[in-house]
Design a protein around this ligand. Structure first.
Ligand code: DI6
Ligand code: FE
Length: 407
């Protein structure tokens, strides 16, 4: 009788598969990996006695989760906005800073001025931090270029990061993030450029996995957002939306109308928006880091998402203006403390539901045969500890595509 030779056999781990309840771990189990995928798993005593593997990893009873997925970041950018942080501390609001020429547009200036190499180097530092906190798939948005050449530069840097480091990068075109200075007062003309030049070129170059927009009174109207979505659809690209972050614009319903993968932020969404999301299968991506950093006071309506069974994902929103951080496990804590999510919901939010928010549920986000062997081994006893701890890093090992990389 022949027994399979696996590439890697992980023994003695307690698995949190993240199927639908991430609140408890399995009894001691094994996970077998072949060709970068999970080949088999089960309680330790069910492993065939003659099973062999090219390599083995003893989990020593540690907790095994899917690799974490950060499904909403603006990780590629130049400079920082510590000065603006100080301004806000002395009383200026986010909108006031934006209207005074600070905010997103100041990062646009620095990102445009940076060479691709400099942008790569600055962003790589943040990417490495994400990986150290267990992230194996990250979504990176453009949106600080706001011209054809600079948006393409950002997306190319994002893709290059994914080629250089052991992390899977998904790119999202966010040309509709802010109105660039050269289009001040001519937002519709900028939207023309987005739909006739930037989206078609990003699609032609194959640089974007999705298209996003910032639908808000300080950014793009629902009518402008609709034009962006129509162009995305014409080029076969799925959409996502920064919706109802500062006010209720009906963005969530608009996103749902276009079958959006996700609507993100959502502090001000109402029940009709939530219902539309539920019907469309649109994931709610919640960003507690931005809520915290802006000292927002209206949390997203978690009870409505639960009631209408809208899957909730959690992400860092890593960006220089409203969430300058790369600690995804810390976001679990904030989702629980600030939004009153459960630790189990929070963990599903960075695994299964984050995969869904990127259209990747078929390949990752859970521990199951046939899925990518993107895995994290944690020095904790129970999964709730991952959300409970404030800013610790109990990651012991991280595997991407079945390969363990030094932390
Ligand atoms: N909402 C946000 O929180 C970030 N973008 C957005 O549309 C902020 C980006 C920035 O301030 O640089
Ligand atoms: Fe964002």
């Amino acid at each position: 009788m022949s027994t399979p030779e696996f590439d890697l056999l992980i023994r003695n781990v307690r698995i949190v598969a993240c199927d639908d309840d991430a609140g408890a771990a399995s009894p001691p189990s094994f996970v077998a990996i072949s060709n970068g995928q999970i080949a088999a798993l089960g309680p330790s005593e069910t492993l065939a006695p003659g099973a062999t593997a090219k390599a083995e990893l003893d989990g020593a009873g540690a907790l095994l989760t899917p690799g974490l997925i950060d499904c909403h970041t603006h990780l590629v950018h130049a400079g920082n906005r510590a000065r603006e942080f100080e301004m806000r501390l002395s009383g200026a609001s986010y909108e006031e800073v934006a209207r005074a020429g600070g905010g997103i547009v100041s990062t646009v200036r620095q990102t445009r001025a940076a060479s691709a190499d400099d942008l790569f180097a600055a962003s790589a530092r943040r990417l490495i931090e994400l990986m150290r906190h267990g992230v194996t798939t990250v979504e990176i948005k453009s949106g600080y270029g706001l011209s054809l050449a600079d948006e393409v530069k950002m997306l190319q840097v994002a893709r290059a990061l994914g080629q250089r480091y052991p992390i899977d990068v998904r790119t999202t075109l966010l040309a509709a993030h802010a109105i660039p200075p050269e289009f001040a007062g001519r937002a519709d003309a900028y939207v023309d450029a987005i739909v006739t030049q930037i989206i078609p070129e990003a699609a032609r170059l194959g640089l974007a996995d999705a298209v996003d927009a910032f639908c808000e009174h300080i950014a793009f109207t629902p009518a402008q957002t609709r034009r962006v979505f129509e162009a995305a659809r014409a080029h076969g690209l799925p959409v996502k939306l920064h919706a109802e972050q500062l006010s209720n614009q009906g963005g969530a319903a608009l996103a749902a109308e276009f079958g959006a993968l996700s609507a993100d932020h959502l502090e001000h969404v109402d029940e009709s928006g939530v219902r539309a999301m539920a019907q469309a299968g649109t994931v709610a991506v919640l960003l507690p880091g931005a809520y915290y950093f802006l000292r927002d006071t209206q949390p997203p309506p978690i009870a409505l998402f639960r009631q209408h069974r809208v899957p909730m994902a959690i992400a860092t929103d890593c960006n220089p203006g409203t969430s300058p951080g790369t600690h995804l496990p810390l976001m679990l804590n904030m989702a629980c403390t600030l939004f009153r999510m459960t630790p189990s919901e929070a963990l599903l939010g960075v695994t299964r539901h984050a995969a869904q928010a990127l259209g990747l549920a078929h390949s990752r986000g859970r521990i199951a045969p046939g899925l990518r062997a993107d895995l994290c081994l944690w020095d904790v006893d129970q999964p709730a500890e991952l959300a409970y701890a404030i800013g610790s890093s109990p990651l012991r090992a991280r595997l991407q595509n079945g390969v363990q990389h030094p932390l």
